[in-house]
Design a protein around this ligand. Structure first.
Ligand code: SF4
Length: 225
């Protein structure tokens, strides 16, 4: 099919909108396939990934999977950084990886370039790649940017906090530690409703209350182990 002239400058990058995040956009990959940090040394999924929301519900639909599969190839294009920066012109908040993770060092370097070139955007990047020594330097560079929060995800479903990380998150059935900011989305129909704590550099730890049947099962098994 012939390309129309105005298509030449149109960014091809595929962003998605998660209803939870008040319309804030994300760039995502397929969960688990791109999550090397989800695998424990014994070869099993870590506890926090056993009930992963991004492998259930809507995430199983072909139209939700398609952009995530596309993005795995797309980020490798030479124009990708430029097009991402162009696409974020009107965004003020952005979330990396509603599903998936920055599995490749070259991808992490490109994301860093996008973050650097979009100081008007607050970036939140949740990850388990902090586990791999070769990613630590690029994560620290990202964290040095004033518009970025890289939040290392704890593998725990019982509220254990990653003490060596400046910004992190953890999961539990409930929280009583006042230093942990607890996500209240579940009290607002599953939406952030104006909360931007995950993007806030002054918030060291976010606590997510476990929800869903799969996660309840993981926690129950953990309790009797
Ligand atoms: S802590 Fe706030 S910003 Fe983060 S997911 Fe929950 S409601 Fe949204």
């Amino acid at each position: 099919m012939a390309m129309q002239s105005n298509d030449y400058n149109k960014p091809q990058v595929k962003l998605s909108v998660t209803s939870k995040l008040d319309g804030i956009r994300s760039w995502s990959l397929q969960a688990l396939d791109t999550c090397p940090g989800s695998i424990a040394p014994n070869g099993e999924l870590v506890d926090a990934c056993k009930g992963c929301y991004a492998t259930q519900g809507n995430y199983r639909y072909p139209n939700v999977k398609a952009p995530r599969l596309f993005n795995r190839e797309d980020w490798q294009r030479d124009d990708w950084v430029f097009e991402m920066v162009q696409s974020l012109d009107n965004d003020r908040y952005f979330r990396w990886f509603d599903s998936g993770d920055m599995y490749a060092l070259e991808l992490a370097r490109k994301i860093y370039m996008v973050m650097q070139a979009t100081p008007h955007v607050k970036h939140w990047l949740p990850t388990r790649m902090h586990k791999f020594p070769k990613f630590q330097a690029i994560i620290e560079l990202m964290r040095d940017l004033p518009n970025v929060v890289v939040r290392a995800s704890s593998d725990s479903v019982t509220g254990d906090v990653l003490a060596d990380q400046s910004h992190s998150s953890t999961i539990a059935s409930s929280f009583d530690d006042p230093s942990i900011i607890v996500c209240k989305a579940y009290e607002h129909g599953g939406k952030c409703s104006g909360c931007r704590a995950c993007w806030d550099q002054s918030v060291p730890v976010i606590g997510y209350v476990a929800h869903g049947k799969s996660m309840a099962k993981v926690i129950k098994l953990k309790a009797i182990a």
